[in-house]
Design a protein around this ligand. Structure first.
Ligand code: SF4
Length: 228
């Protein structure tokens, strides 16, 4: 059922009110989301951690569906750090154009590949400080790569996790780094990567940025922003 303009405004107000839920309520909401999406996983397709890193960089301001259309072509030609580092920048731009912001993204992924070749012996590093030293890589990307490719726990604070952290009353912060700290303090470390993906799935399938589907939401009786 579509939700009207007035009600949608209520969600925004609640999201910025700073109202936080108890630890018990937070855990109950998360448990129910995990039960709802037991199959949740990263929706980007990739062959190894380098390809995942590039796919995550390309996913900024773009859907995973679109990234998955572009990366098979990109990786068939430039599937390794060496190949991408040596590629024609214009050719990279042409391939990744559908993902948007393609000039900046092409520069970033090639600079990232060059840095991997020059500083990390063509390997993707496995620590956040090393990863965020790469061009185009922030904490969100670093945590996503470490969590998905290597099982290192971390919160991927993307647009969905930011929005849902506010709506669910898990964090009153707006800065992604502060949201990450709030989420770290609320849930056990071994669960962070899985919970990130679960929250992202809920944001994509139910708690939309506009017109969240509160009537169909499995946690509408617990969520402080519910329109029910
Ligand atoms: S009830 Fe569900 S869909 Fe509605 S704001 Fe809360 S989490 Fe989002």
């Amino acid at each position: 059922m579509p939700i009207g303009k007035k009600k949608n405004k209520s969600v925004s107000q609640s999201a910025s009110s700073g109202k936080l839920v108890s630890g018990e309520q937070a855990q109950e909401m998360i448990d129910r989301l995990c039960q709802t999406y037991p199959e949740s996983e990263c929706e980007l397709t990739f062959g190894d951690d380098f390809q995942l890193l590039i796919a995550v960089i390309l996913s900024a301001q773009c859907t995973d569906v679109m990234v998955n259309k572009v990366t098979p072509v990109l990786f068939s030609r430039f599937g390794t750090p060496q190949a991408l580092a040596a590629a024609s920048l214009d050719e990279i731009k042409e391939i990744i154009r559908p993902t948007g912001f393609f000039n900046a993204k092409a520069q970033n992924i090639q600079s990232c590949a060059i840095a991997l070749v020059e500083r990390f012996a063509c390997k993707v590093p496995r620590t956040v400080p090393e990863l965020i030293s790469l061009p185009g890589v922030g904490r969100k990307t670093a945590n996503a790569v470490l969590g998905v490719a290597h099982g290192v726990p971390g919160w991927t604070v993307d647009t969905h996790v930011s929005r849902l952290s506010a709506r669910l009353g898990l964090s009153a912060a707006e800065d992604p780094n502060k949201i990450e700290l709030d989420l770290q303090s609320r849930f056990p470390g071994q669960d962070w990567s899985k919970l990130s993906i679960t929250i992202i799935w809920h944001g994509r399938r139910c708690c939309y940025a506009r017109n969240p589907n509160c009537p169909g939401c499995p946690i509408n009786h617990l969520c402080p922003s519910s329109l029910m």
